[in-house]
Design a protein around this ligand. Structure first.
Ligand code: CDP
Length: 761
């Protein structure tokens, strides 16, 4: 009898949700690797099986050819096997037949506008088509609106190329770069980045010399960052066209979209080239674009695969669409045969978690002989590993129910879906200029978004879409989603533009010009933060702020804290790291009894001064815990996952501040107790527009717009008998009323001092 193979020790930290080849290895030793090989581990080798195998073999590896003629330096039979398995799937994608056309168009012209339905293979295949071109001597950048998509695409493309990805190995050809997580190395040929990260890189390298091509994906989403990137790229392309700039090689630009207006994009780039053809005396910009310029922009259309989708509406409007969704999910499960997963579009994490719980509760009560239901949440703030579960094959006799935000509309393709349930709403960022604050509001989606959602049901076979609204409601929806640039706070965008030397923001090439009023407000905000000179040009402070990967407000706080009179940057970084994590540190607790225990346990972390100091104490106590941080979190009812992310952000912010010479060393040199007044003064300097004073009736009203705000129940300042005379808050939430979240108490005269600086009398 052969003994059961035991798991090699060094693999034990590999968690669920890792790349499939890693998981496969969890099952036991590979036949080609004798046990005992890893028993003595060389130093500096991570717990990553791939990397461990790479180390001793590196010297031996010789370039090999993939079926595509691409070169790889990896010999892993697992990676090669996976790559070969995926090849037929790639070949079946609608875009595959256009590979030569795409390559040819980009040889002829530098700009290509490529449209094709979601799932036609644009994001995964286009960079692979381009990487073997003669002009492609450097990296290909490909932007994504969300970090989930950037990471999961990098993983997928690495698998398809038979390569490692990200930080797994210095040899990895596919990498990604998202805020606070850069996993690209010297050999990265294809790099997926979030739009914000590309904008940051553009500040450091305006000519984008490290890239041969920039692929701007998901342009139809029209995030504010996409609009900025397109404006910058248009300027760069026309500058290169005029022989200005220091690039020796052309920069190829591919603009990809699932639905966009091709004409608009062609005209937009052609207009930039036309300016180049124009005689200088005809300034002011052309009104019609010349055919010659239009001919310099290539286009390509990829016909998608779309099976018919039967659409059903509710006969009557519903107020409780979580309950309506629940009913439909079970109706599908009882009536429809397998396979066929369900994709439910909801507004946000709260609704997703509520429905997830309901689905699980009802599923637990189903007959034993029914197929299982597996509820999987999908939203941007979900940790990476949980997100990866969406892409794994559905287990035997199980139906997946994916509960998603609009992230699954076009950005992330979920395989296996035959049924779509659409609540008809999504949370969008809205700048409320009367409050001077930005908030996320659940709003009806546009017709084009509803059609995108419906289309998700017909990717692989005929499908069904259930709209949780009436047919009449559908008819009243706006045709298109309003571009974000027309409805959000533009201070960060404006600072990026200014730092990149665009002073005349009114004449920046915007695909859609934001209202003057919004630009004016953003400009005011930057003046308040001290980032601009009187003539509106950016000053040194502003340049420093633009280089930090946080909002101008947080950047201002960081710069303030570095001043010798405050000297509290390490503490401030700890607080900002806690503010920047997407998971909640003090998570919600469902049951009353547990809530009481949690409050008791958390009490010694809570600080009288408010939430910011509470975060500081929490981060520092966690960081000091040397033995078992997980147990520390359990004892204090603090999310371990959130704290891990805080530590990662803290590390990166410390590095960046050291590079910008704001910090003299990455680790604090002394462990003196925090200077609360200095810290709160810095927070106040950044969040000066988020301040409110106590009124005689016990309510708070903002200093700037005299708006009522209530302290949110999640704050340690909520429900205090003795109220602070003034508060500063770092988050604003508008539901049925306006709430201040993450609140600290400040003194009235401090606010007065900052106001004098901000609005000189
Ligand atoms: O960009 P586009 O929406 O046109 O398609 P894509 O993202 O390149 O996806 C093409 C196909 O690759 C999808 O239909 C999925 O089958 C697969 N894919 C995947 O399995 N995992 C990912 N993370 C991304 C894509």
């Amino acid at each position: 009898k052969t003994p059961k193979p035991t798991e090699p020790k060094s693999f034990s930290r590999v968690e669920e949700g890792e790349a499939p080849e890693v998981e496969q290895r969890l099952k036991g030793p590979r036949p080609d690797q004798p046990r005992g090989k890893y028993e003595k581990r060389p130093e500096n080798v991570r717990d990553d099986p791939e990397q461990q195998r790479e180390q001793p073999k590196k010297a031996l590896s010789r370039p090999r050819k993939t079926p595509n003629g691409e070169q790889t330096t990896h010999r892993s039979p697992y990676l090669i096997k996976k790559r070969d398995e995926l090849l037929p799937k790639r070949k079946a994608l609608p875009i595959w037949s256009q590979a030569d056309a795409i390559r040819q168009r980009l040889r002829e012209n530098n700009v290509l506008v490529l449209t094709g339905e979601t799932g036609s293979g644009k994001s995964t295949q286009v960079p692979q088509f381009l990487q073997s071109e003669d002009w492609c001597t450097k990296t290909i950048a490909i932007t994504q609106p969300r970090r989930v998509a950037a990471i999961s695409l990098a993983r997928r493309v690495a698998e398809e190329m038979g390569s490692l990805f990200g930080a797994q190995s210095p040899a990895a050809k596919v990498g990604y770069s998202v805020r606070f997580d850069n996993a690209a190395g010297p050999n990265t040929k294809i790099k997926f980045l979030t739009e914000g990260m590309l904008l940051q890189e553009m500040l450091r390298d305006p000519d984008m010399k490290q890239y041969s091509a920039v692929v701007v994906d998901e342009v139809h989403e029209r995030s504010v960052n996409v609009d900025l990137i397109l404006g910058f790229l248009r300027n760069l392309v026309s500058r290169i066209g005029r022989g200005k700039g220091v690039r020796k090689h052309p920069l190829k630009v591919v603009v990809m979209s699932a639905t966009a207006d091709v004409e608009g994009l062609v005209n937009f780039f052609a207009e930039g080239l036309d300016e180049d053809l124009k005689a200088p005396e005809t300034s002011g910009g052309p009104t019609t674009v010349s055919q010659a310029a239009r001919d310099r922009i290539s286009t390509c259309f990829v016909e998608g695969r779309q099976f018919p989708v039967k659409t059903t509406y509710l006969p009557e409007p519903t107020l409780d669409w979580v309950e309506s969704a629940l009913k439909i999910i079970f109706q599908i499960h009882y009536k429809e045969p397998l396979p066929g997963d369900v994709l439910v579009f909801l507004t946000g994490q709260d609704k997703i978690e509520a429905l997830e719980k309901l689905v699980n509760d009802y599923a637990a009560a189903m007959d034993k002989d029914m197929p299982k239901l597996l509820a999987l949440p999908l939203f941007a703030a979900l940790p990476q590993q949980a997100q990866q579960r969406i892409f794994q094959p559905t287990p035997y006799r199980t139906r997946k129910v994916i509960l998603a935000t609009n992230i699954a509309e076009t950005s992330v393709t979920v395989p296996g879906v035959r049924f779509v349930v659409d609540c008809g709403k999504s949370k969008i960022k809205q700048y409320r200029s009367n409050l001077g604050l930005e908030s996320l509001l659940a709003k009806p989606i546009s017709k084009s978004a509803a059609i995108q959602r419906q289309g998700r049901a017909g990717r692989e076979a005929p499908g069904q879409c259930y709209r949780l609204y009436t047919e009449n409601d559908f008819k009243t929806l706006e045709e298109r989603t309003m571009p974000e640039i027309l409805r959000c706070d533009l201070s960060q965008s404006l600072l990026t533009m200014k730092a990149r030397g665009v002073n005349d923001v009114l004449h920046f090439p915007f695909l859609d010009r934001p209202p003057r009023e919004t630009l004016g407000k953003a400009l005011m905000q930057l003046f308040h933060l001290g980032a601009l000179n009187e003539d509106g040009t950016v000053n040194d402070l502003g340049i420093k702020m633009a280089k930090l990967p946080v909002t101008p407000t947080l950047a201002r706080i960081i710069v303030e804290a570095a001043k010798p009179e405050h000297d509290c940057l390490h503490d401030v970084i700890d607080i900002i790291s806690a503010l920047s994590t997407e998971d909640s540190i003090f998570f919600n607790i469902a049951t009353e009894e547990k809530r009481e225990r949690a409050e008791e346990a958390r009490r010694n972390l809570y600080r009288r001064e408010g939430d910011h100091m509470t975060f500081l104490v929490t981060v520092q106590q966690y960081a000091e815990e040397q033995t078992d941080r997980k147990a520390w979190c359990e004892r204090h009812f603090v999310s371990h996952r959130a704290m891990q992310s805080v530590m990662n952000i803290r590390k990166q912010l410390r590095q960046q501040c050291t590079q910008l010479k704001l910090l003299s060393s990455e680790a604090p040199t002394s462990s003196s107790s925090p200077n609360t007044d200095a810290i709160l003064a810095c927070i106040l300097r950044g969040f000066v527009s988020n301040t409110a004073r106590l009124c005689p009736d016990g309510s708070y009203k903002t200093f700037f717009h005299n708006q009522l705000v209530a302290v949110h129940p999640s704050s340690v300042m909520h429900g205090r008998k003795i109220k602070a005379e003034a508060i500063v808050f770092s988050e604003f939430l508008f539901t049925n009323k306006s709430y201040a979240k993450k609140v600290s108490a400040v003194q009235m005269n401090w606010v007065g001092d900052v106001m004098k600086e901000v609005v000189p009398m």
